[in-house]
Structures are given as C-alpha cells and as structure tokens.
Ligand binder design. Structure first.
Ligand SMILES: O=C(O)[C@H]1O[C@H](OP(=O)(O)OP(=O)(O)OC[C@H]2O[C@@H](n3ccc(=O)[nH]c3=O)[C@H](O)[C@@H]2O)[C@H](O)[C@@H](O)[C@@H]1O
Length: 426
C-alpha cells in the first residue's frame, strides 16, 4: 500500500494500518497531506477500501474523498487552509476535487444550516458533485470550520445569516436544515426554536416561491412524538405533547410541515419533506448532548456513561452519509409526500451503551491504548422522552429506491475514530 493510500486509509478505523506521520519537516505537514490525498485519488482505492464499495455515497463521489474532508480533526484539506503563509506563495489554493458539470446540469443550491453537522456533509456532497452552493448559518450550533475547506472556491459562498430574518438570493433548490436538533440545544431557548421552526421555514418558503426554487424541508421523527404506532409510517399523525419541554421542536417542525404543504397548495411551491430519524457521524459536536456523541466521548474519556432512565427506551440510528444520499434522492425525485429517512435497526439505550463501550474498547486496543474504565450510571429520565422509535422505510424504498447502506456499527466505528482523532489533537 502506498503512503498516500495509508493516510487516506487511516481515516478508516476498519484499517489495521497505523496512522503514518510525515517524514519531512513538521511545517510542511499539511502540504504532505494534500499531496498524499491527491496521490490516493489518482491511485484509486486499496483492496481494503474496495471492500467498502457497496457503501459508496451517491453522486458518484467516493467514500475516500468524503472521509478526507473530515478525518483527523478538520481534515487534511482543512489543515492546508490554516496557514496561508505556507500555502499561497506556491500558487493558488487547492480544493477538494469537484466534478465539472455541464452548465445545463449545474444548479444553484441553498443549504440553510449549511455549517452544521448534517448541513456540512450535504454541502460537501453537493460541492463535490459540481454544483454552486450557498450555505447560510447563524453558527448557533454550526461552525465555520466544518466548511473551511471550501472557503475561496468559486462554486461556494458562505453567509452568516439567521433564517428568522428574510434573505433574497437567486437559487434553483433550497435544502432547509437550519434549526438546532439536539434536545439540549433546542430546549435551551424554546421561543427561539419555535421562531426558527415557523419564521425560518416561512422565510425559506417565501424565497422558494419568489424564485421558483424547489424546496426540501428537513423535518423529523419527532413529529410522531411518543408514538403509539410502531414502527412509524408516514401516514401516522403522531402523539405529541404540545405543552411539554419538547414541544418547541416537535411543534415547530409540525408547523413547518404545515407551512410547506400550505405553500404547495396555495402558491404551487414545489416541496419535499424528509422526516429524519436519529442520525450520527463525524462533525457532531463533542458537547452536542445527544446520545451518540455523549456515550462515545464518555467512553473515550473513561467518564461514566449516563443513561437517562432505565435504558429501555429505543432508538434507531442512521449514519450521516446514508441520510445525505436520501436527502439528495428525495430532492431529485417527483415525490411530494413526507418520506422517512432512517435506519430501522433498533436498539434499547442500554444495548446501545454496551455497543459503544465495545466499539471504543476495540478501537483503543487497535491504537495500543488501555480499555475504557467507564461505568454505566442511571440518571433521571428526560421528560416526555419518546419510549420507542423506529422508522418504517417502505416508502423511501418504493419511491426513492433508497435504503441505508451503513449498519449502525460500521458508522459508529468511523465516528469513534473521528472523536478519538479530535481528542488526540486537543
Ligand atoms: O439524533 C437525532 O437525530 C434526533 O435527536 C433528538 O432526539 P432524541 O432521540 O431524543 O435524541 P437523544 O438526545 O440522542 O436521545 C436518545 C435517547 O438516549 C437517551 N440519552 C441521551 C443522552 C444521554 O447521555 N443518555 C441517554 O440515555 C435519551 O433520554 C433518549 O432516550 C432530536 O430531538 C431529534 O430531532 C433528532 O432527529
């Protein structure tokens, strides 16, 4: 395996290869990494990586390229941009390899919440596919560093903007993601969450109407509340406590859906609605507060694993690349009813804690580190916490030909490696 393949492969925790370090001066680390990345892209995937071929993200973009954008903290390309005194004297900045699209196929695409966890993966994919992308974000939970590797690219624009206020742009498609999604964040300022749910969606739909853009709303499994139907189909109307602590998010997303379909009926806006189930992956904030990042970070730091309640509540977890595949497939489809996007593999939170502990143990062993010493502790259950959640994805299969390609454990291995890499870099 070439050195280049090794460094790209090092983002893959399934790989047994140790992470290589550059042999020349430390000041040139980032340049060495870019050269390695480019060489790897020319060489193509190693045999080990070809085994991942079935998990290829959509749009003809290879998994290795996707990984290179977030592996080892901000990624080799992010590192490259961090020291302009070294980069620019050699010539113009280099960027991840975007496709060259026929102008007839090239779209101008707005991603609200583009600097967030899911938004930044979507921006990456759309950029690599060759489109013009505008990301807007108020940086409440998103971060510029998630997209730093695109700054200065002629196809990319980043705007600090809160969707609660109107904005005028010329675009062909709008992916509306802007909204905090972690219960800790959305409950910290519930009125703002409701304003984002209503005014944010209202402004984005108003823009879609004015410029005749196709509009995709990222709704949520939370519209089903604490469901009495299991698994949840799109036809289920839900069981939401409209005065509880989760209402700001649940009802905010429900009104967002109502707005989308009202604009479709009244003004002919071309809408798509994705109901997203629990999603995880690289670029989640370490302090996001959701169960995946909490448990992984706790296990990596040997802290207690905090189960809220008795651990019998269930969730079904999908890897972020699957979600991005589904969002793009839905946007490009003619289907206008809501579509669940999630992985139906269901875990109790207790099983999930055990799974993560095992994966962290395996990862640390591969890295030559001691096994985690974390213990599971039980804290009071969260109020109105949905007791069971699992998507029925029949509709997504039928209308989009979409099904998750990643098992939860494969995605978790990558995510454990990501958080471990970040912690090592401080
Ligand atoms: O991850 C997501 O995509 C979803 O996350 C949240 O929904 P929730 O399922 O409550 O997410 P978590 O906060 O990750 O909680 C999942 C379960 O783990 C439990 N949990 C969470 C964190 C923790 O440290 N310990 C723990 O036991 C929670 O009580 C809950 O039962 C959001 O409300 C959804 O909109 C979002 O789609």
């Amino acid at each position: 395996m070439s050195a280049a393949q090794q460094i790209i492969g090092s983002a893959n925790p399934l790989s047994e290869s140790p992470i290589p370090s550059p042999t020349s001066g430390e000041r040139n680390d980032h340049l060495w990494e870019i050269a390695s990345l480019r060489q790897a892209l020319r060489d193509g995937p190693s045999t080990e990586q070809q085994n991942d071929a079935t998990k290829r993200p959509a749009g003809g973009i290879s998994l290795d390229v996707m990984r290179s954008l977030y592996a080892s903290n901000s990624g080799p390309i992010g590192l490259r941009r961090s020291n302009s005194s070294v980069v620019y004297p050699g010539g113009p900045p280099e960027f991840p390899p975007v496709k060259k699209l026929n102008p007839l196929n090239k779209k101008r695409i707005l991603v609200s919440g583009g600097a967030g966890f899911v938004g930044s993966h979507l921006v990456d994919r759309l950029m690599l596919m060759g489109h013009d992308v505008i990301a807007i974000d108020n940086y409440f939970t998103g971060s510029k560093t998630n997209l730093a590797h695109w700054f200065g690219h002629p196809n990319f624009e980043m705007i600090r903007h809160d969707v609660v206020d109107p904005i005028m742009l010329e675009v062909d498609q709008i992916y509306h993601l802007a909204c905090p999604a972690s219960p800790v964040h959305y409950q910290s300022n519930p009125v703002k969450t409701l304003k984002t749910g209503f005014f944010g969606t209202y402004n984005m739909l108003g823009l879609a109407k004015r410029v005749k853009a196709r509009f995709l709303l990222t709704s949520t499994s939370e519209v089903y509340g604490d469901p009495e139907e299991h698994p949840q189909k799109e036809t289920y109307w839900g069981h939401v406590n409209c005065i509880g602590p989760r209402a700001c998010y649940d009802e905010g997303k429900r009104v967002a859906e109502a707005l989308a379909y009202s604009y479709a009926r009244q003004d002919g806006v071309d809408v798509r609605v994705a109901r997203i189930f629990n999603t995880f992956g690289p670029r989640m904030n370490w302090n996001d507060g959701r169960v995946v990042s909490n448990f992984i970070v706790q296990a990596l730091k040997n802290d207690d694993i905090t189960i809220y309640g008795d651990g019998s509540a269930t969730r079904s977890f999908q890897y972020v690349h699957d979600l991005v595949d589904g969002l793009i497939a839905l946007m490009e489809s003619d289907y206008k009813e809501p579509v669940n996007l999630g992985n139906p593999e269901e875990y109790t939170i207790k099983q999930f804690a055990d799974t993560i502990l095992q994966l962290v143990r395996d990862h640390k062993e591969r890295c030559g580190e001691a096994a985690p010493t974390s213990k599971v502790v039980h804290l009071p259950a969260a109020e109105d916490d949905p007791q069971r959640r699992k998507p029925d994805t029949t509709r997504a299969k039928e209308v989009l030909g979409w099904a998750p390609q990643w098992s939860a454990t494969d995605g978790l291995r990558e995510t454990v490696a990501y958080f471990h890499g970040r912690m090592q870099q401080g």
